[in-house]
Design a protein around this ligand. Sequence first.
Ligand code: OTN
Length: 480
Amino acid sequence: NAPAPYGVLPTEPHLQWHEMEQYVLVHFTPTTFQNKEWGYGDADPKIFNPAKFDASQIVNAAKAGGFKGVILVAKHHDGFCLWPTKTTDYNISKSPFRNGKGDMVKEFEVAARNAGIKFGLYCSPWDRNNENYGKPQYVDIYREQLKELYSNYGKLFITWFDGANGGDGYYGGKNEKRNIDRSTYYGWDTTWGISRNLQPGAVIFADNGDVRWVGNEHGFAAETSWATFTPEPTDGKKVAAPGETKSEKAPEGTRNGKYWKPAECDVPLRNGWFYHTTDDNHVKSVSELFEIYSKSVGRGGCLDLGISPDTDGLLHQNDVKALKDFGDYLKQLFANNLAKSAVIKASDVRGGDSKSFGTKNLVDEDRYSYWATNDDVKKPSLTLDWKNEQTFNIIRLRENIKLGQRIEKVEVDAFVNGNWKKIAEATSIGANRLIRLQNYVTTSKLRIRIEESPVCIALSDVGVFKEPEQLPLPKIKRDK
Ligand code: OTN
Protein backbone atom coordinates (compact mmCIF):
# COMPACT_ATOMS: atom_id res chain seq x y z
CA ASN A 1 0.00 0.00 0.00
CA ALA A 2 1.15 3.46 -0.90
CA PRO A 3 2.19 5.97 1.76
CA ALA A 4 -0.48 8.48 2.80
CA PRO A 5 -0.05 11.89 1.14
CA TYR A 6 1.41 14.67 3.28
CA GLY A 7 -0.03 18.21 3.49
CA VAL A 8 -1.59 20.10 0.60
CA LEU A 9 -1.01 18.65 -2.86
CA PRO A 10 -0.42 19.96 -6.38
CA THR A 11 -3.25 19.98 -8.93
CA GLU A 12 -2.86 18.38 -12.36
CA PRO A 13 -2.00 21.77 -13.99
CA HIS A 14 0.61 22.24 -11.23
CA LEU A 15 2.21 18.88 -12.06
CA GLN A 16 2.45 19.76 -15.73
CA TRP A 17 3.90 23.14 -14.85
CA HIS A 18 6.58 21.57 -12.60
CA GLU A 19 7.56 19.22 -15.41
CA MET A 20 8.21 22.14 -17.76
CA GLU A 21 10.86 23.68 -15.49
CA GLN A 22 11.68 26.55 -17.83
CA TYR A 23 9.82 28.88 -20.19
CA VAL A 24 10.22 32.35 -21.65
CA LEU A 25 8.23 35.60 -21.42
CA VAL A 26 8.25 37.80 -24.54
CA HIS A 27 7.88 41.58 -24.26
CA PHE A 28 7.31 43.27 -27.62
CA THR A 29 4.98 46.28 -28.01
CA PRO A 30 5.20 49.93 -29.18
CA THR A 31 7.25 50.39 -25.98
CA THR A 32 10.08 48.56 -27.80
CA PHE A 33 10.02 51.25 -30.49
CA GLN A 34 10.00 54.00 -27.84
CA ASN A 35 13.07 52.45 -26.18
CA LYS A 36 11.29 52.39 -22.80
CA GLU A 37 10.59 49.82 -20.09
CA TRP A 38 7.12 51.03 -19.09
CA GLY A 39 5.13 52.67 -21.85
CA TYR A 40 2.64 55.44 -21.09
CA GLY A 41 0.10 54.31 -23.65
CA ASP A 42 0.77 57.41 -25.73
CA ALA A 43 2.66 55.81 -28.63
CA ASP A 44 1.18 56.22 -32.12
CA PRO A 45 0.29 52.69 -33.32
CA LYS A 46 2.08 53.59 -36.58
CA ILE A 47 5.45 53.16 -34.87
CA PHE A 48 4.77 49.47 -34.39
CA ASN A 49 6.35 48.32 -37.64
CA PRO A 50 8.63 45.30 -37.17
CA ALA A 51 9.48 44.74 -40.82
CA LYS A 52 11.29 41.40 -40.39
CA PHE A 53 9.12 39.94 -37.63
CA ASP A 54 9.34 36.17 -37.49
CA ALA A 55 7.72 34.45 -34.52
CA SER A 56 9.46 31.17 -35.31
CA GLN A 57 12.92 32.80 -35.13
CA ILE A 58 12.10 33.89 -31.57
CA VAL A 59 10.34 30.70 -30.48
CA ASN A 60 12.99 28.40 -31.94
CA ALA A 61 15.74 30.35 -30.18
CA ALA A 62 13.91 29.76 -26.89
CA LYS A 63 13.47 26.10 -27.71
CA ALA A 64 17.19 25.76 -28.38
CA GLY A 65 17.72 27.09 -24.84
CA GLY A 66 15.78 24.14 -23.45
CA PHE A 67 12.67 26.24 -22.77
CA LYS A 68 9.42 24.28 -22.87
CA GLY A 69 6.95 27.11 -23.30
CA VAL A 70 6.45 30.70 -24.43
CA ILE A 71 4.36 33.31 -22.67
CA LEU A 72 3.54 36.27 -24.87
CA VAL A 73 2.75 39.65 -23.36
CA ALA A 74 -0.39 40.20 -25.46
CA LYS A 75 -0.93 43.59 -23.80
CA HIS A 76 1.53 45.41 -21.53
CA HIS A 77 0.98 48.47 -19.33
CA ASP A 78 0.84 50.73 -22.39
CA GLY A 79 -2.47 49.09 -23.31
CA PHE A 80 -1.59 48.20 -26.93
CA CYS A 81 -3.22 44.89 -27.91
CA LEU A 82 -1.18 42.60 -30.17
CA TRP A 83 -4.35 40.99 -31.49
CA PRO A 84 -7.27 42.59 -33.38
CA THR A 85 -9.46 42.98 -30.30
CA LYS A 86 -13.01 44.31 -30.42
CA THR A 87 -12.51 46.01 -27.05
CA THR A 88 -10.32 48.98 -28.04
CA ASP A 89 -8.97 50.70 -31.14
CA TYR A 90 -5.53 50.77 -29.57
CA ASN A 91 -4.51 47.52 -31.23
CA ILE A 92 -2.42 45.94 -33.94
CA SER A 93 -4.97 46.57 -36.71
CA LYS A 94 -4.09 50.27 -36.50
CA SER A 95 -0.40 49.57 -37.09
CA PRO A 96 1.45 48.98 -40.37
CA PHE A 97 2.20 45.38 -39.30
CA ARG A 98 0.85 43.05 -42.05
CA ASN A 99 -0.99 46.13 -43.42
CA GLY A 100 -3.30 46.22 -40.43
CA LYS A 101 -4.42 42.63 -41.04
CA GLY A 102 -2.03 40.99 -38.59
CA ASP A 103 -2.57 39.04 -35.38
CA MET A 104 0.71 38.66 -33.54
CA VAL A 105 -0.79 36.53 -30.77
CA LYS A 106 -1.82 34.01 -33.41
CA GLU A 107 1.61 34.08 -35.07
CA PHE A 108 3.31 33.33 -31.74
CA GLU A 109 0.79 30.61 -30.95
CA VAL A 110 1.35 28.91 -34.31
CA ALA A 111 5.13 29.16 -33.94
CA ALA A 112 4.98 27.60 -30.46
CA ARG A 113 2.71 24.76 -31.61
CA ASN A 114 4.99 24.12 -34.62
CA ALA A 115 8.03 24.00 -32.36
CA GLY A 116 6.22 21.55 -30.06
CA ILE A 117 6.36 23.81 -27.02
CA LYS A 118 3.54 25.22 -24.90
CA PHE A 119 1.87 28.61 -25.11
CA GLY A 120 0.74 31.04 -22.42
CA LEU A 121 -0.50 34.63 -22.24
CA TYR A 122 -0.09 37.76 -20.14
CA CYS A 123 -2.65 40.53 -20.51
CA SER A 124 -1.82 43.50 -18.32
CA PRO A 125 -4.54 44.54 -15.88
CA TRP A 126 -3.01 48.00 -15.69
CA ASP A 127 -3.76 49.98 -18.86
CA ARG A 128 -2.28 53.41 -19.35
CA ASN A 129 -4.14 54.04 -22.61
CA ASN A 130 -7.73 53.04 -21.92
CA GLU A 131 -9.89 56.07 -21.14
CA ASN A 132 -12.02 54.00 -18.81
CA TYR A 133 -9.11 52.81 -16.70
CA GLY A 134 -9.95 53.42 -13.05
CA LYS A 135 -13.70 53.21 -13.66
CA PRO A 136 -15.80 50.05 -13.24
CA GLN A 137 -16.35 49.93 -17.04
CA TYR A 138 -12.68 49.19 -17.61
CA VAL A 139 -12.84 45.98 -15.57
CA ASP A 140 -15.56 44.73 -17.94
CA ILE A 141 -13.37 45.65 -20.90
CA TYR A 142 -10.41 43.84 -19.34
CA ARG A 143 -12.50 40.73 -18.76
CA GLU A 144 -13.67 40.86 -22.38
CA GLN A 145 -10.01 40.96 -23.47
CA LEU A 146 -9.29 37.88 -21.40
CA LYS A 147 -12.27 36.09 -22.94
CA GLU A 148 -11.00 36.85 -26.44
CA LEU A 149 -7.53 35.60 -25.56
CA TYR A 150 -8.75 32.48 -23.79
CA SER A 151 -11.13 31.56 -26.63
CA ASN A 152 -9.05 31.98 -29.77
CA TYR A 153 -5.53 30.74 -29.13
CA GLY A 154 -5.87 27.12 -28.07
CA LYS A 155 -4.88 25.54 -24.79
CA LEU A 156 -2.71 27.75 -22.60
CA PHE A 157 -0.36 26.40 -19.92
CA ILE A 158 -0.37 29.62 -17.90
CA THR A 159 -2.21 32.91 -17.59
CA TRP A 160 0.02 35.58 -16.09
CA PHE A 161 -1.15 38.46 -13.86
CA ASP A 162 1.26 41.21 -13.00
CA GLY A 163 1.23 42.86 -9.59
CA ALA A 164 2.55 46.03 -11.26
CA ASN A 165 -1.00 47.05 -11.98
CA GLY A 166 -1.76 50.64 -11.04
CA GLY A 167 -2.51 52.16 -7.67
CA ASP A 168 -0.06 53.90 -5.37
CA GLY A 169 3.27 54.73 -6.85
CA TYR A 170 2.30 54.20 -10.46
CA TYR A 171 1.54 57.79 -11.49
CA GLY A 172 2.95 59.40 -14.58
CA GLY A 173 0.72 58.55 -17.54
CA LYS A 174 -2.19 60.52 -18.84
CA ASN A 175 -4.79 58.47 -16.96
CA GLU A 176 -2.92 58.09 -13.75
CA LYS A 177 -4.66 60.72 -11.77
CA ARG A 178 -7.10 57.89 -11.06
CA ASN A 179 -5.71 55.92 -8.21
CA ILE A 180 -7.18 52.47 -7.75
CA ASP A 181 -7.13 49.99 -4.89
CA ARG A 182 -5.26 47.07 -6.37
CA SER A 183 -6.70 44.60 -3.90
CA THR A 184 -10.35 45.23 -4.84
CA TYR A 185 -10.57 47.09 -8.18
CA TYR A 186 -10.04 44.11 -10.50
CA GLY A 187 -12.46 41.76 -8.71
CA TRP A 188 -9.92 38.97 -8.96
CA ASP A 189 -12.26 36.15 -7.95
CA THR A 190 -14.59 36.90 -10.86
CA THR A 191 -11.74 37.72 -13.24
CA TRP A 192 -9.90 34.49 -12.46
CA GLY A 193 -13.21 32.63 -12.77
CA ILE A 194 -12.90 33.42 -16.49
CA SER A 195 -9.49 31.73 -16.60
CA ARG A 196 -10.79 28.71 -14.69
CA ASN A 197 -13.78 28.40 -17.02
CA LEU A 198 -12.11 28.91 -20.35
CA GLN A 199 -8.62 27.58 -19.57
CA PRO A 200 -9.03 24.94 -16.85
CA GLY A 201 -5.64 23.41 -17.68
CA ALA A 202 -3.72 26.65 -17.11
CA VAL A 203 -2.06 27.71 -13.88
CA ILE A 204 -2.55 31.30 -12.79
CA PHE A 205 0.65 33.24 -12.11
CA ALA A 206 0.21 35.95 -9.49
CA ASP A 207 1.60 36.72 -6.04
CA ASN A 208 -1.35 34.75 -4.68
CA GLY A 209 -2.17 32.64 -7.75
CA ASP A 210 -1.50 28.95 -8.40
CA VAL A 211 2.17 29.76 -8.82
CA ARG A 212 3.62 32.58 -6.75
CA TRP A 213 5.98 35.35 -7.75
CA VAL A 214 9.33 34.44 -6.15
CA GLY A 215 9.62 37.95 -4.73
CA ASN A 216 12.54 39.27 -6.83
CA GLU A 217 13.43 39.66 -10.48
CA HIS A 218 16.86 38.02 -10.20
CA GLY A 219 15.43 34.55 -10.78
CA PHE A 220 16.41 33.18 -7.37
CA ALA A 221 14.33 31.16 -4.96
CA ALA A 222 15.74 30.87 -1.42
CA GLU A 223 18.13 28.07 -0.44
CA THR A 224 15.19 26.59 1.45
CA SER A 225 12.18 26.97 -0.82
CA TRP A 226 8.85 25.30 -0.06
CA ALA A 227 6.28 24.66 -2.74
CA THR A 228 3.60 25.51 -0.20
CA PHE A 229 2.81 29.12 0.67
CA THR A 230 0.35 31.10 2.75
CA PRO A 231 0.31 34.58 1.18
CA GLU A 232 -0.42 37.53 3.44
CA PRO A 233 -1.97 40.82 2.37
CA THR A 234 0.23 43.89 2.67
CA ASP A 235 -0.48 46.04 5.72
CA GLY A 236 -3.91 47.59 5.76
CA LYS A 237 -5.34 45.32 3.02
CA LYS A 238 -7.91 42.61 3.55
CA VAL A 239 -7.12 40.59 0.44
CA ALA A 240 -3.76 39.25 -0.66
CA ALA A 241 -3.95 40.35 -4.32
CA PRO A 242 -1.36 40.73 -7.08
CA GLY A 243 0.88 43.60 -5.99
CA GLU A 244 -0.77 43.72 -2.55
CA THR A 245 0.87 40.64 -1.10
CA LYS A 246 3.85 40.65 1.24
CA SER A 247 6.67 39.39 -0.92
CA GLU A 248 9.43 39.03 1.72
CA LYS A 249 8.42 35.43 2.40
CA ALA A 250 7.96 34.50 -1.24
CA PRO A 251 11.54 33.29 -1.93
CA GLU A 252 11.20 30.73 0.87
CA GLY A 253 7.48 29.97 0.88
CA THR A 254 5.82 28.51 3.97
CA ARG A 255 6.59 25.09 5.45
CA ASN A 256 3.19 23.39 5.78
CA GLY A 257 1.58 26.40 4.07
CA LYS A 258 -2.12 26.47 3.24
CA TYR A 259 -1.74 26.12 -0.53
CA TRP A 260 0.46 24.41 -3.10
CA LYS A 261 1.88 27.61 -4.61
CA PRO A 262 5.40 26.99 -5.91
CA ALA A 263 7.71 29.78 -7.01
CA GLU A 264 8.02 31.13 -10.53
CA CYS A 265 11.39 32.83 -10.81
CA ASP A 266 11.31 35.57 -13.44
CA VAL A 267 14.37 37.35 -14.73
CA PRO A 268 15.19 39.00 -18.06
CA LEU A 269 17.96 37.67 -20.32
CA ARG A 270 19.17 41.28 -20.61
CA ASN A 271 19.00 44.07 -18.03
CA GLY A 272 15.36 44.91 -18.66
CA TRP A 273 12.23 43.28 -20.03
CA PHE A 274 12.27 45.27 -23.29
CA TYR A 275 14.92 45.48 -26.00
CA HIS A 276 17.41 48.38 -25.87
CA THR A 277 20.38 48.58 -28.26
CA THR A 278 22.53 49.68 -25.34
CA ASP A 279 22.04 46.23 -23.77
CA ASP A 280 23.36 44.28 -26.76
CA ASN A 281 26.48 43.44 -24.82
CA HIS A 282 24.64 42.80 -21.54
CA VAL A 283 23.14 39.45 -22.43
CA LYS A 284 23.54 36.90 -19.65
CA SER A 285 26.26 34.31 -20.14
CA VAL A 286 26.01 30.54 -19.72
CA SER A 287 27.64 30.90 -16.32
CA GLU A 288 25.01 33.44 -15.21
CA LEU A 289 22.13 31.50 -16.72
CA PHE A 290 23.21 28.26 -15.10
CA GLU A 291 23.60 30.01 -11.74
CA ILE A 292 20.00 31.23 -12.12
CA TYR A 293 18.83 27.79 -13.27
CA SER A 294 20.34 26.06 -10.27
CA LYS A 295 18.65 28.55 -7.91
CA SER A 296 15.23 28.39 -9.56
CA VAL A 297 14.65 25.04 -11.25
CA GLY A 298 17.20 23.55 -8.84
CA ARG A 299 15.09 24.75 -5.92
CA GLY A 300 11.80 23.28 -7.09
CA GLY A 301 10.49 26.32 -8.98
CA CYS A 302 10.28 27.23 -12.64
CA LEU A 303 12.53 29.66 -14.46
CA ASP A 304 10.69 32.31 -16.50
CA LEU A 305 13.27 34.05 -18.66
CA GLY A 306 12.38 37.38 -20.28
CA ILE A 307 13.33 37.70 -23.93
CA SER A 308 12.88 40.81 -26.02
CA PRO A 309 12.79 41.12 -29.83
CA ASP A 310 14.33 44.23 -31.38
CA THR A 311 12.59 46.78 -33.62
CA ASP A 312 13.04 44.49 -36.66
CA GLY A 313 10.92 41.95 -34.80
CA LEU A 314 13.77 39.48 -34.28
CA LEU A 315 15.89 38.34 -31.37
CA HIS A 316 19.36 39.86 -31.56
CA GLN A 317 22.10 37.42 -32.57
CA ASN A 318 23.75 37.76 -29.13
CA ASP A 319 20.54 36.59 -27.46
CA VAL A 320 20.14 33.73 -29.93
CA LYS A 321 23.69 32.62 -29.20
CA ALA A 322 23.31 32.89 -25.41
CA LEU A 323 20.16 30.76 -25.53
CA LYS A 324 21.77 28.14 -27.76
CA ASP A 325 24.92 27.96 -25.62
CA PHE A 326 22.81 27.57 -22.47
CA GLY A 327 20.63 24.87 -24.05
CA ASP A 328 23.70 22.98 -25.25
CA TYR A 329 25.22 23.20 -21.78
CA LEU A 330 22.11 21.74 -20.16
CA LYS A 331 21.90 18.98 -22.76
CA GLN A 332 25.50 17.98 -22.25
CA LEU A 333 25.21 18.15 -18.47
CA PHE A 334 22.10 16.00 -18.17
CA ALA A 335 22.95 13.53 -20.97
CA ASN A 336 24.76 11.16 -18.63
CA ASN A 337 23.14 10.27 -15.31
CA LEU A 338 25.90 8.43 -13.44
CA ALA A 339 23.35 7.08 -10.93
CA LYS A 340 22.13 4.72 -13.66
CA SER A 341 25.38 2.77 -13.63
CA ALA A 342 25.54 2.50 -9.82
CA VAL A 343 24.23 -0.28 -7.63
CA ILE A 344 21.77 1.57 -5.39
CA LYS A 345 20.95 0.10 -1.98
CA ALA A 346 18.42 1.49 0.47
CA SER A 347 18.47 0.99 4.24
CA ASP A 348 14.71 0.32 4.04
CA VAL A 349 12.14 -0.52 1.37
CA ARG A 350 8.45 -0.22 2.06
CA GLY A 351 6.92 -3.62 2.87
CA GLY A 352 10.05 -5.24 1.44
CA ASP A 353 8.28 -4.71 -1.91
CA SER A 354 11.14 -3.75 -4.17
CA LYS A 355 8.98 -4.06 -7.26
CA SER A 356 6.59 -1.29 -6.21
CA PHE A 357 8.84 0.79 -3.97
CA GLY A 358 12.40 -0.25 -4.74
CA THR A 359 15.42 1.83 -5.71
CA LYS A 360 15.13 1.04 -9.44
CA ASN A 361 12.31 3.61 -9.44
CA LEU A 362 14.93 6.27 -8.68
CA VAL A 363 16.54 6.10 -12.10
CA ASP A 364 13.64 5.36 -14.47
CA GLU A 365 12.93 8.97 -15.56
CA ASP A 366 9.37 8.70 -14.24
CA ARG A 367 8.70 11.51 -11.77
CA TYR A 368 5.89 9.59 -10.10
CA SER A 369 7.40 6.14 -9.65
CA TYR A 370 9.31 6.17 -6.39
CA TRP A 371 11.33 4.50 -3.70
CA ALA A 372 9.40 4.47 -0.42
CA THR A 373 10.11 3.47 3.15
CA ASN A 374 7.88 1.96 5.81
CA ASP A 375 5.69 4.42 7.70
CA ASP A 376 7.96 4.51 10.74
CA VAL A 377 11.21 4.96 8.77
CA LYS A 378 11.89 8.68 8.38
CA LYS A 379 15.70 8.71 8.40
CA PRO A 380 16.77 6.13 5.85
CA SER A 381 19.84 6.24 3.64
CA LEU A 382 20.73 5.33 0.08
CA THR A 383 24.13 4.13 -1.07
CA LEU A 384 25.32 4.38 -4.67
CA ASP A 385 28.17 2.02 -5.44
CA TRP A 386 30.19 2.08 -8.69
CA LYS A 387 32.73 -0.40 -10.01
CA ASN A 388 35.11 2.46 -10.78
CA GLU A 389 35.59 5.96 -9.48
CA GLN A 390 33.28 8.62 -10.90
CA THR A 391 33.70 12.38 -11.11
CA PHE A 392 30.70 14.68 -10.65
CA ASN A 393 29.53 17.91 -9.04
CA ILE A 394 25.73 17.81 -9.25
CA ILE A 395 23.33 15.63 -7.31
CA ARG A 396 19.64 15.79 -8.22
CA LEU A 397 16.83 14.65 -5.94
CA ARG A 398 13.11 14.67 -6.65
CA GLU A 399 10.20 13.62 -4.51
CA ASN A 400 6.99 12.16 -5.87
CA ILE A 401 5.11 15.39 -5.23
CA LYS A 402 1.75 13.71 -5.81
CA LEU A 403 2.34 12.64 -2.18
CA GLY A 404 3.29 16.16 -1.08
CA GLN A 405 6.57 17.81 -0.14
CA ARG A 406 7.90 15.61 2.63
CA ILE A 407 11.67 15.80 3.04
CA GLU A 408 13.08 18.69 5.08
CA LYS A 409 16.76 17.87 5.06
CA VAL A 410 19.31 15.52 3.48
CA GLU A 411 23.05 15.13 3.90
CA VAL A 412 25.41 13.67 1.32
CA ASP A 413 28.65 11.77 1.96
CA ALA A 414 31.39 10.61 -0.39
CA PHE A 415 33.69 7.68 0.40
CA VAL A 416 37.19 9.16 0.46
CA ASN A 417 40.39 7.36 1.55
CA GLY A 418 38.43 4.62 3.28
CA ASN A 419 36.05 6.95 5.18
CA TRP A 420 32.68 8.60 4.64
CA LYS A 421 33.08 12.35 4.37
CA LYS A 422 30.14 14.75 4.35
CA ILE A 423 30.24 16.83 1.17
CA ALA A 424 26.89 18.60 1.07
CA GLU A 425 23.47 19.08 2.57
CA ALA A 426 20.17 20.37 1.26
CA THR A 427 16.74 21.31 2.57
CA SER A 428 13.19 21.32 1.08
CA ILE A 429 13.56 18.65 -1.61
CA GLY A 430 10.18 18.71 -3.41
CA ALA A 431 9.76 18.61 -7.19
CA ASN A 432 13.43 19.07 -8.05
CA ARG A 433 16.52 19.83 -5.98
CA LEU A 434 19.94 20.34 -7.47
CA ILE A 435 22.88 20.18 -5.12
CA ARG A 436 25.71 21.91 -6.98
CA LEU A 437 29.15 21.37 -5.50
CA GLN A 438 31.81 24.08 -5.84
CA ASN A 439 34.33 21.50 -7.05
CA TYR A 440 34.24 18.14 -8.78
CA VAL A 441 34.25 15.12 -6.46
CA THR A 442 35.85 11.80 -7.46
CA THR A 443 34.67 8.70 -5.61
CA SER A 444 33.32 5.19 -6.11
CA LYS A 445 30.65 5.47 -3.38
CA LEU A 446 28.09 8.09 -2.54
CA ARG A 447 25.67 8.08 0.39
CA ILE A 448 22.50 10.13 0.74
CA ARG A 449 21.17 10.32 4.29
CA ILE A 450 17.68 11.66 4.83
CA GLU A 451 17.93 13.50 8.10
CA GLU A 452 14.58 15.21 8.55
CA SER A 453 11.14 14.28 7.35
CA PRO A 454 7.84 14.34 9.27
CA VAL A 455 6.66 11.19 7.44
CA CYS A 456 8.09 8.25 5.53
CA ILE A 457 9.99 8.85 2.29
CA ALA A 458 8.63 8.91 -1.28
CA LEU A 459 11.62 9.80 -3.44
CA SER A 460 11.26 9.54 -7.20
CA ASP A 461 14.68 10.44 -8.55
CA VAL A 462 18.39 10.42 -7.84
CA GLY A 463 20.67 11.89 -10.47
CA VAL A 464 24.42 12.31 -10.42
CA PHE A 465 25.95 14.55 -13.08
CA LYS A 466 29.16 16.26 -14.08
CA GLU A 467 28.98 19.83 -15.33
CA PRO A 468 30.78 20.10 -18.68
CA GLU A 469 33.13 22.72 -17.20
CA GLN A 470 33.80 24.43 -13.91
CA LEU A 471 32.28 27.75 -14.89
CA PRO A 472 33.61 31.01 -13.53
CA LEU A 473 31.46 32.45 -10.74
CA PRO A 474 29.16 34.95 -12.40
CA LYS A 475 29.16 38.62 -11.46
CA ILE A 476 25.42 38.82 -10.91
CA LYS A 477 23.48 39.56 -7.80
CA ARG A 478 23.57 36.46 -5.65
CA ASP A 479 21.43 35.42 -2.74
CA LYS A 480 22.82 35.07 0.77
O1 OTN B 1 8.39 48.46 -9.91
N1 OTN B 1 7.90 47.31 -9.86
O2 OTN B 1 6.69 47.22 -10.00
C1 OTN B 1 8.75 46.18 -9.68
C2 OTN B 1 10.11 46.40 -9.57
C3 OTN B 1 10.97 45.31 -9.38
C4 OTN B 1 10.46 44.04 -9.28
C5 OTN B 1 9.10 43.83 -9.40
C6 OTN B 1 8.25 44.87 -9.60
S1 OTN B 1 6.52 44.61 -9.78
C7 OTN B 1 6.25 42.95 -9.39
O3 OTN B 1 6.47 42.21 -10.55
C8 OTN B 1 6.34 40.83 -10.34
C9 OTN B 1 6.72 40.12 -11.60
O4 OTN B 1 8.07 40.28 -11.85
C10 OTN B 1 4.96 40.48 -9.86
O5 OTN B 1 4.00 40.70 -10.87
C11 OTN B 1 4.61 41.30 -8.63
O6 OTN B 1 3.26 41.09 -8.28
C12 OTN B 1 4.84 42.76 -8.89
O7 OTN B 1 4.63 43.50 -7.69
